[in-house]
Design a protein. Structure first.
Length: 150
């Protein structure tokens, strides 16, 4: 386990950090999303606001992915999920974008949940690292999205 992800108590009884600051922020954001969903908030507005808050180059990739997802899989509804843009069908997240900068990783991620119909045999990828989007990447993503919602 990471140093900041040890158990909630030490032998002395003093609490330690269980989650990193980024993880706590994501959990807080998820709680806000659940409350907003109950009130029928505007998911697309929230997803676009999440994208706008990102730094470059993640913002540019997220904007482009948003357009690709809307064009390739119009059945998916934009929303946020743990503070990141996500796309759901019947209220269940099918795919999401995760900024590498927010979680201090070296790449952004396009991920698919178990709701995505991407099964191929006994093993298949469910997340992709993104450092930029080429035309070939965009075409592959479009095909994956069509399969995911089929």
């Amino acid at each position: 386990m990471k140093e900041t992800q040890k158990s909630g108590k030490t032998t002395s009884g003093k609490a330690t950090k269980v989650f990193t600051a980024e993880e706590r922020a994501a959990i807080t954001e998820r709680a806000r999303e659940v409350k907003a969903a109950a009130g029928k908030a505007d998911g697309e507005r929230d997803a676009l606001a999440s994208i706008a808050a990102m730094r470059e180059p993640d913002r540019a990739m997220a904007k482009r992915l948003h357009a690709i997802i809307k064009a390739s899989a119009p059945a998916l509804s934009p929303r946020t999920w743990y503070g990141m843009p996500a796309y759901a069908k019947d209220g269940k997240v099918v795919c999401f974008f995760q900024s590498g900068q927010k979680f201090k990783t070296r790449y952004a991620t396009l991920g698919f949940s178990d709701e995505a119909h991407l099964d191929e045999g006994t093993m298949w990828p469910n997340a992709f690292a993104l450092t930029e989007l080429t035309a070939a990447d965009e075409a592959r993503i479009g095909a994956l999205l069509k399969k995911a919602v089929s």
